[in-house]
Design a protein. Structure first.
Length: 265
């Protein structure tokens, strides 16, 4: 499917409110979202290229200040990996990919006062509104660094964004209006392919559901990486299953009736 045809097709699905069904095909009752975190330049670029090969939109979650000269990753698994900037994020968004916030500086919100955590989230969203064309927090998913949320932040966030992603259960109900809390599962710091395969098997063993799996870099980059060749084969395998749809998180929610109206830009 060509990119223009893909964008037209997904827009039609959004207008009809049908996140589950492709015209003329079986109902899509098993949704899979690979939620790629951190925003490594090389991995994000490669991930987008692989998704485009299958006519899909990647789900990329990036740190707002990851491209700043003084930015430092907090763990040894990410130290020294070059990050993308908003020139790249705007390019990938224009190509049909989903670019969502993953924090101001990749801080663990469970290890600070709620007031500080809220301030960091708002600073993150402010940068996204200034730097990412067409970004509207009312139609966005905030992806917690470390998948570490708190009850207070979970109560507050739906007043700021459409939804948020936290840990630690990968299987969610199918998207529906009013859905704001998304949970994901993950595995690391070593390669997570075997664990991801097991979670997909669990999803497919159930009548329906939405698996959100927190992936990171490709080919050895970052915490819990997967290989490019594995991602290619996985997408090919998933697309061959009639009940499965591979979809970014925010797009799935928007098609189900979540989020506010499109912001004028």
């Amino acid at each position: 499917m060509k990119r223009r045809e893909f964008i037209k097709y997904t827009a039609g699905l959004a207008a009809s409110g049908s996140v589950y069904a492709d015209p003329g095909k079986e109902r899509k009752v098993h949704l899979v979202t690979l939620s790629f975190d951190d925003g490594f330049r090389k991995s994000a670029t490669r991930t987008a290229e692989i998704y485009e090969r299958f006519g899909l939109s990647a789900c990329l979650n990036v740190v707002a200040t990851g491209h700043y000269p003084d930015f430092q990753w907090p763990t040894v698994h990410t130290a020294g990996i070059p990050n993308g900037d908003f020139v790249l994020w705007n390019e990938l968004k224009a190509r049909g990919h989903e670019i969502m916030p993953h924090g101001y500086k990749h801080a663990n919100k469970q290890k600070m006062p709620a007031s500080e955590a809220k301030d960091l989230i708002l600073k993150c969203l402010d940068i996204f509104q200034k730097e990412l064309k067409g970004f509207d927090p009312r139609r966005a998913v905030f992806n917690f660094p470390y998948n570490a949320s708190t009850p207070e932040l979970e109560v507050w966030l739906p007043s700021v964004v459409m939804a948020y992603r936290t840990g630690y259960e990968g299987l969610n109900p199918l998207p529906h209006a009013g859905m704001a809390r998304l949970t994901c599962t993950f595995f690391g710091p070593e390669n997570c392919e075997k664990h991801l395969d097991s979670q997909i098997e669990i999803l497919l063993s159930r009548p329906s559901g939405w698996l959100i799996y927190n992936t990171h870099g490709l080919d050895g980059e970052g915490w819990g990486p997967i290989r490019s060749v594995y991602l290619e084969k996985l997408l090919e395998r998933l697309l061959a299953i009639k009940t499965v749809r591979v979809v970014p998180a925010a797009s799935a929610l928007l098609e189900a009736g979540c989020g506010g109206p499109v912001k004028e830009v």
